[in-house]
Design a protein around this ligand. Structure first.
Ligand code: UDP
Ligand code: MG
Length: 139
């Protein structure tokens, strides 16, 4: 299923450091339309469910702690080839390996605190978007 939509979170470190405006500007300047957006904070149970695929990984407890320590900006974005193009825009998980000009290269501190989330498939984009937004919040 190709939906042309992806899901993102501007993570707690990006919000804390005041990078929200710059990151949203970069996203919209790259051709993404905002379908849904809000400032919200995940509970521990939310983060454990959202990142359930990583629950056996050694970094999981740290990831849950990080993702719940403050507000995030959650958003659904639309563009042709949204999932792949957004992963290109954010860059590699580890900012040390992220390409020049990518959001993680510009704003991420480490592989853990890496400023932004981007869905890895159309299927997960739909699941993750529905995790954070009701139909009435999508435009
Ligand atoms: N993460 C981490 N240590 C690692 C790998 C990942 O703390 O060695 C965190 C990081 O915040 C990452 C998230 O777990 O964004 C999800 O990992 P994934 O491999 O799915 O990376 P992503 O899809 O976010 O690039
Ligand atoms: Mg991932």
């Amino acid at each position: 299923m190709v939906t042309n939509r992806t899901f993102t979170m501007l993570k707690p470190d990006a919000v804390e450091k005041g990078h929200v405006g710059a990151i949203i500007e970069k996203i919209t300047a790259s051709g993404f339309r905002i379908v849904a957006m809000k400032l919200t904070q995940m509970t521990k149970a939310d983060a454990q469910e959202f990142y359930a695929i990583h629950k056996e990984r050694p970094f999981f407890p740290e990831l849950v702690e990080y993702m719940t320590r403050g507000p995030i900006v959650a958003a659904i974005l639309e563009k042709d080839n949204a999932v792949e193009d957004f992963r290109t825009l954010i860059g590699a998980t580890n900012p040390a390996e992220a390409a020049e000009g990518t959001i993680r290269k510009l704003y991420a501190a480490s592989i853990g605190e890496n400023a932004v989330h981007g869905s890895d498939s159309d299927e997960n984009a739909a699941i993750e978007g529905a995790f954070h937004f009701s139909g009435r919040e999508m435009f």
